[in-house]
Design a protein around this ligand. Structure first.
Ligand code: SF4
Ligand code: FES
Length: 606
């Protein structure tokens, strides 16, 4: 049935959003199943195609917004479970979650198969994506003629996502305001998938990794992998690729099961928890995108950063045997209602060459002390370059951030130096964790920073004064044990992350920190994590931000935008409950008592 009115056109454009999203989970599974150091050509193809599907989703949302529609993304319709079919198609194209394989690539080619030149438009039960978009284009043309272009394109231009928002793939984001720009947006979607026309292998853009080359359409990019040969200039769909060989190692792939489900794994197992957390975080990403397409286009940068966090989650699921029983897993892309998006524990993960992922019931502030996120999952900049601090916006990938860690994973007790006071208390100092804020040397220069060999002179100040200064040390380099005990006492605080202006993250409350290889660091009540990307003791701050001149320009377009309000009541509350239980258990085990001492003054950079 033809699309005969605006409401029907809006529904079809919503289907276009769902269609574009439906290709992402299968592409991402294939991409992140590739083992490190192998299949670089396949990786480049899958990465570029996945990025361009995000562009297509954005373009479909722009067209829907241009005619006054409301894009919906955080919905079970976008996560229907696998196997599934392309939304509203004739059911001939099956979408499955599987590792990179010949079968997977054949499936991708079926999705991207060009529509024959004479194929009729189909607004429902379509065989190729091109036919579906032809039906939408015809409806745009006929409704423009019937209602007038101005009446049809009545959407608020401020809802358009433009190139000003970050996008790093081939093609470009087109702001849609009239029939001409809408047709251009649809054409970009179809040609990137199928090619300029039925006779061409190119899509009219420049290659994202080799800008001197013409970009090859998705269908033919996949064909190169399957046939093991590159297309070159002069090749056509019927000639097939006649260029240089493409090397593909079909065996260098993590053993992800086909179409995994969360329920396949025992409740309470690490694998089940990891899959459930991933699904919750992915749904949060969909919510972030939904807000992006509903009047907050600048949030696309935050969404880009969030994708980097999810990437590592997917790799871990596929690459690691989390429960040690030789069973690997994979992301299941199942929708989780907002109230059930739970992230147990309080953790920060260092991502290789990338940001920090924070999960659990942790309060995250910005450098102006505004609460930006409470509980759940978010991705925090570690390279210092994000334009949406404290959140990552993908800048680290553009600047080639390495971020290798060099900090010791051992216990503070094995590194610290002890300075006994006259009345039996002890001040401990672990130089390897000092962030060089000078809180101690400013407040009590007679006792702290005394010499390189002996940082503390415990005889130069009263025990009460020493204890007060130690309690203000943000990095946890200084600790204090009262008389009669050799164990330093740490005051427990609610888990929180505060970026210090022009400095590191001040992390409080016993948050577990894991290195990029999964190795945990010692759990501490106080620590400072590098935020400028310059520390020589990553992930911890060593004061390098000061020498690097790291600055905190508040991103003006985001100052009044809170991208994460939906996690407030449900996830945070349920996470808090679980957190309270865990903390009670931890406290009982450690038999800690709170440290008494006067409040420290606010931090001042030395
Ligand atoms: S982080 Fe600051 S307060 Fe702590 S030891 Fe270093 S200079 Fe002193
Ligand atoms: S922008 Fe991602 S770590 Fe800085």
């Amino acid at each position: 049935m033809a699309i005969s009115d605006v409401e029907s056109l809006k529904k079809h454009l919503q289907t276009a959003i769902e269609l574009e999203h439906s290709t992402l989970p299968p592409y991402l599974c294939a991409l992140y199943s590739l083992k490190d150091g192998s299949n670089e050509e396949a990786r480049a193809v899958l990465q570029s195609v996945a990025l361009e599907e995000m562009l297509h989703l954005t373009l479909a949302a722009n067209v829907l917004n241009a005619i006054g529609g409301t894009p919906v993304l955080d919905s079970p319709r976008l996560m229907p479970g696998h196997p599934t079919t392309l939304p509203h198609s004739d059911g001939s194209i099956i979408l499955s979650l599987r590792p990179f394989s010949r079968e997977a690539v054949e499936g991708f080619m079926a999705v991207e198969r060009p529509a024959p030149t004479d194929a009729v438009s189909e607004d429902d039960n379509y065989a190729t994506i091109g036919q579906f978009y032809r039906a939408i284009e015809e409806a745009l043309v006929s409704l423009s003629a019937e209602l007038g272009e101005g009446a049809l394109f009545c959407g608020d231009p401020a809802r358009q996502v433009t190139d000003a928002a970050y996008y790093g793939g081939g093609g470009r984001i087109i702001a849609v305001s009239d029939l001409d720009s809408a047709k251009k947006a649809l054409s970009e979607i179809v040609t990137q998938g199928e090619g300029i026309d039925y006779q061409s292998i190119f899509d009219g853009d420049k290659d994202m990794f080799h800008p001197e080359r013409e970009e090859i359409a998705h269908y033919f990019r996949f064909e190169q992998l399957l046939l093991g040969r590159e297309f070159r200039r002069g090749d056509t769909p019927s000639s097939g690729p006649t260029g240089a060989p493409v090397s593909v190692d079909w065996s260098a792939v993590h053993p992800m099961p086909v179409n995994p489900k969360s329920a396949d794994y025992p409740q309470g197992s690490r694998t089940r928890d990891a899959i459930d957390c991933f699904n919750g975080a992915y749904c949060d990403l969909l919510q972030l995108l939904e807000r992006t397409f509903n009047g907050l286009p600048m949030l696309l940068k935050n969404a880009t950063g969030a994708m980097y966090g999810l990437k590592q989650w997917m790799i871990d699921l596929m690459a690691m045997d989390l429960d040690g029983n030789s069973i690997h897993a994979g992301p299941s892309f199942e929708w989780v209602p907002p109230a059930e998006r739970i992230f147990p524990g309080t953790q920060i993960w260092v991502l290789p060459r990338g940001p920090y992922v924070m999960r659990g019931d942790i309060e995250v502030f910005d450098a102006e002390e505004k609460l930006r996120k409470h509980g759940g999952f978010c991705v925090l900049c570690r390279c210092g370059g994000s334009r949406t601090k404290p959140f990552c916006d993908g800048t680290h990938a553009r600047i080639g951030f390495e971020g290798a860690e060099s900090a010791d994973h051992g216990l503070m007790a094995d590194r610290r130096k002890a300075y006994p006071t006259a009345d039996g208390a002890i001040v401990y100092d672990d130089r390897t964790r000092c962030a060089h804020f000078g809180q101690c040397t400013s407040r009590c220069p007679k006792a702290f920073g005394v010499s390189d060999d002996n940082f503390v002179d415990p005889t130069a100040a009263s025990t009460a004064e020493l204890q007060s200064v130690v309690s203000g040390c943000p990095s946890g380099a200084l600790t204090f044990a009262p008389a009669g005990s050799a164990t330093p006492l740490e005051k427990h605080q609610e888990p929180s992350i505060h970026p210090i202006v022009d400095g590191p993250y001040r992390v409080r409350g016993g948050i577990e920190v894991f290195g990029a290889d999964g190795t945990p660091y010692e759990v501490r009540e106080r620590q400072t994590l590098c935020r400028c990307g310059q520390s020589r003791n990553k992930p911890f701050c060593d004061g390098s931000h000061w020498y690097a001149g790291f600055r905190d320009p508040a991103p003006p377009e985001l100052v009044n935008v809170d991208p994460y309000p939906w996690t407030e009541p449900h996830a945070a509350e349920r996470g808090r409950e679980r957190y309270a239980q865990e903390q009670a258990a931890k406290k009982a085990a450690a038999e800690q008592t709170p440290m008494d001492g006067p409040e420290a003054p606010p931090l001042v950079q030395a």
